[in-house]
Write a protein that binds this ligand. Structure first.
Ligand SMILES: [Zn+2]
Length: 283
């Protein structure tokens, strides 16, 4: 049996989950930040200043702006989406995750491979922590900082050890260089903040740095993918192993039954990518 989150119909919305303003270490005022994403046709934006919630009243915009925060913990940074009350920083990570969930928020592990040791987060901590929704597998801000913007390696290690969580791509906007490098596409029934949060929590979403999917689906035995602008599609399994790849914008994979999980990476122009959530294979 193939279990995956891309069930039902709806419409795809585009949004950035991680952005800073002048209220922490970003260069944009809140309204400037919102206008930048509005001009690119984004549907939603989450403002995540460090260790605080930046209020967003009095901005007249078409974009849904959600409250959030990037919270420092004893082990690393955690992005909280849909936060209502600020959470005290520098507490144990698990307490911060629990506090985010208690408010109906979504806890996302930030930039695991940031820093000159490529290890903002220790893998053993990611493995032992519970109840975070997922990890940033692409953080655009790290393109111009030490470490790797990618963390699909960390994600495969978690999934391979049975730690189910989702992937997210974000800008981590601090200045103009950070805009529209990484984003989420979420599949929603209705255009409102609750539907976006629900889709992000349930994995009805995919991560992108430039490639768009037009179909992500399965029947009893096959996974089928159509990308708008990819020239390679890869099916990735346990321990990060490529099970199959096709140099085209269409691809399908026939499930054997012993894969445990299969996820899809698509590659497009100028080094761009997109990542589906995992398809879990139940023998
Ligand atoms: Zn950040």
């Amino acid at each position: 049996m193939i279990l995956h989150p891309y069930v039902g119909s709806g419409q795809w919305l585009r949004g950035n989950l991680h952005a800073h303003t002048t209220k922490s270490d970003g260069v944009f005022q809140i309204e400037e930040l919102v206008r930048n994403y509005e001009a690119l046709g984004y549907d939603f934006l989450v403002i995540t200043d460090h260790n605080k919630i930046t209020p967003i009243e009095n901005i007249n915009t078409e974009i849904l702006v959600l409250l959030g925060s990037e919270i420092s913990t004893d082990k690393g940074h955690i992005v909280a989406v849909n936060l209502k009350e600020p959470i005290k920083p520098n507490q144990p990570s698990q307490e911060v995750i629990d506090a985010i969930n208690a408010q109906g928020g979504i806890a996302i592990i930030a930039h695991p491979n940031w820093g000159e040791n490529f290890c903002h987060w220790q893998q053993e901590d990611l493995l032992s922590l519970q109840d975070y929704a997922g990890i940033e597998i692409f953080n655009g801000n790290i393109l111009r900082d030490n470490g790797s913007p990618l963390a699909s390696d960390r994600w495969d290690m978690l999934l391979s050890r049975g730690h189910k969580c989702w992937c997210y791509a974000v800008d981590d906007t601090h200045n103009e260089l950070d805009i529209a490098n990484g984003w989420m596409m979420v599949l929603v029934d209705e255009i409102n903040a609750d539907s976006i949060v629900k889709a992000l929590r349930e994995g009805r979403c995919y991560a992108s740095s430039g490639v768009f999917f037009e179909a992500i689906e399965s029947d009893e035995t096959n996974i089928r993918i159509v990308a708008r602008n990819a020239d390679r599609i890869a099916f990735v399994g346990r321990n990060g192993r490529w099970l199959k790849w096709v140099n085209d914008k269409f691809a399908s994979y026939r499930v054997r039954g012993d894969e445990s999980y299969i996820r899809v990476e698509a590659f497009g122009p100028h080094g761009s990518m997109a990542w589906t959530q995992p398809f879990f294979i139940v023998p």
